[in-house]
Design a protein around this ligand. Structure first.
Ligand code: NAD
Length: 513
């Protein structure tokens, strides 16, 4: 991808994204970058559209979203091919993570919306229950800005958009400059599903466009991307006092206990590190293995890594795709080269595949890694498995937690209670036991990182409700006279008696205490 400045016929300048396919460097297309003025215009349009969209019943909005799911089902090949063109990811990664997941998300959230967005009566506690009642109304926030990255360009745009729309908001989204059409296709699909104009807009743009969106007249920002950009987004949102969620980077650790099923764990390690070419926020980036099984585990990982088919000529059998863009290739190469320079051994892989036209880095199993190097300390986001020997589980947990990131982690053991105990000690937003980090794909789970990996939740009931303002409405049964004027000695003494009865008298305590 390159950003170039072009001169228009009117004499002004326009930034343009030039996109190439990372699998073979072939030219794809050019797309104009949305300017801050375009962002303002889109947000104003979304605000206007929100008046009618927010006034629809939840059931009406659910019908729109279910029509969108039908359109996605009909257009699955188009979505998959658009994503593959911009990312070079394997067919199955594109299908499962972009299409299937989005259909699951729509199904889950449409069901939950009917329950979670309904006005609800809440119990009033204590003595106030005799004089007041309360209802909670889930109101839309207004216009939500969604900013997404390049590694899951369709799904990471669609997931927050689905939830925001169901809650009655309209959305202005901006996909990554690396994968603009893979995000932008969501707007086309919404149009095909008959959504009213302005309800879901997806802009093409770069960081400048994203920054303009965070400064525009929006009521919430959902950001998915790097820690560095996340901090800038948070600063803008705090300045405007609007809510935000940050889904940021990770350095997920895998812990393999001596009693683990070694075949499952080795498959989990290779798949967890290489899926989506390792460009997965919850991808496995550090593997801690108990000494007793270390050698056997490494051998199995090496054999599996060597067996992967890489590159598009393998068609349906392609396991590992291209690196999605050249900057990520530079990061992967520099982390691996630095580790090797400091004594690490690449048991397989270790260098980019120079015989290909495209950007290909093989599955790389590394041992003897100096733990202070970038490969262990920073997010690599590539198909690399650094495997580190530990004496016991306490050492594994301490090393896993020794990170500024806290997104996800995974534990492998045949003893489920032990898995639970280890999970409880991990300083991460979520944990898997005997599975790779697929928690993002489970929409009922409240997905979100701790430490520098993020803030807030982008899934589960918590995620959906975060697109609403919960507005309580209180109804007085006696016109507010229960504790109101006139204030005098008599009313003061009466209130004291009421308090004594409620929290001292055994009968009162039975009912209210
Ligand atoms: P990035 O931070 O470079 O960019 C993310 C998005 O922010 C892009 O759309 C970009 O154009 C936009 N942007 C850039 N500067 C901006 C600014 N100043 N204000 C507003 N928006 C701006 O991240 P990336 O390289 O696209 O994505 C990779 C990162 O995303 C990795 O760290 C990965 O772990 C993380 N990620 C996290 C999750 C999660 O759910 N936790 C999911 C996927 C990816």
């Amino acid at each position: 991808m390159a950003i170039v400045t072009q001169h228009t016929a009117e004499g002004s300048t326009q930034s343009v994204l030039q996109l190439h396919n990372p699998a073979d460097h072939s030219f794809l297309y050019e797309l104009p970058v949305a300017t801050p003025a375009d962002v303002e215009e889109a947000v104003a349009k979304a605000r206007e559209a929100q008046k009618n969209w927010g006034a629809l019943t939840v059931e009406n909005r659910v019908s729109y979203l279910l029509r969108l799911r039908d359109v996605i089902m009909e257009s699955r090949d188009e979505i998959v091919q658009t994503v593959i063109g911009e990312t070079g990811k394997p067919l199955q990664d594109a299908f499962v993570f972009e299409v299937l997941a989005v259909c699951d998300f729509i199904t889950f959230y449409t069901k939950q919306a009917r329950k979670l967005l309904k006005t609800k009566r809440r119990k009033v506690p204590g003595l106030l229950k005799f004089t007041k009642k309360v209802e909670v109304v889930y109101k839309p926030l207004g216009v939500v800005g969604v900013i997404s990255p390049w590694n899951g360009p369709f799904v990471l745009t669609a997931n927050p958009v689905i939830q925001a729309l169901l809650a009655g908001n309209t959305v202005v989204a901006k996909g990554s400059e690396i994968t603009p059409r893979s995000a932008g296709i969501l707007q086309d699909l919404c149009e095909r599903a008959g959504f009213p104009e302005g309800v879901c807009q997806v802009l093409v743009g770069d960081g400048m466009t994203g920054a303009a969106l965070t400064s525009a007249d929006v009521d919430k920002i959902c950001f998915t991307g790097s820690v560095a950009t996340g901090k800038k987004v948070a600063t803008n949102c705090i300045e405007k006092l609007i809510p935000y969620t940050l889904e940021l980077g990770g350095k997920d650790a895998m812990i393999v206990c001596a009693d683990a099923d070694l075949d499952d764990a080795a498959h989990g390690a290779v798949w967890g590190s290489c899926v989506n070419t390792g460009h997965y926020c919850c991808g496995t980036e550090r593997i801690y293995v108990e000494a007793a099984i270390y050698d056997a585990f490494v051998s199995k990982c090496v054999a599996l890594a060597k067996s992967l088919n890489q590159g598009q000529k393998h068609g349906f059998k392609e396991d590992l795709g291209a690196v999605f863009w050249d900057r990520q290739m530079t990061i992967i190469e520099s982390h691996v080269a630095d580790a090797i320079e400091r004594g690490a051994v690449a048991n397989t892989g270790g260098e980019r595949l120079a015989d290909r036209d495209g950007l290909y880095f093989p599955a790389t199993v590394m041992t003897n890694v100096d733990e202070s190097c970038d490969l262990i300390q920073k997010e690599t986001f590539g198909p690399i498995l650094p495997i580190i020997k530990v004496e016991n589980i306490d050492e594994a947990i301490a090393k896993a937690n020794d990170s500024c990131y806290g997104l996800h982690g995974n534990v492998w053991t045949k003893d489920i209670q032990k898995g639970r105990n280890i999970a409880a000690r991990m300083e991460t937003g979520s944990v898997s036991v005997n599975d790779i980090s697929m928690i993002f794909g489970v929409p009922s789970a409240p997905f979100g990182g701790v430490k520098e990996s993020g803030f807030g939740h982008s899934g589960g009931d918590e995620g959906l409700r975060s697109f609403c303002h919960a507005q309580p409405i209180l109804f007085g049964r006696y016109g507010g006279h229960d504790v109101g004027y006139p204030y005098d000695e008599k009313s003061y003494k009466r209130l004291n008696k009421v308090l004594d009865f409620t929290y001292k008298n055994p009968v009162g305590k039975f009912f209210f205490g």
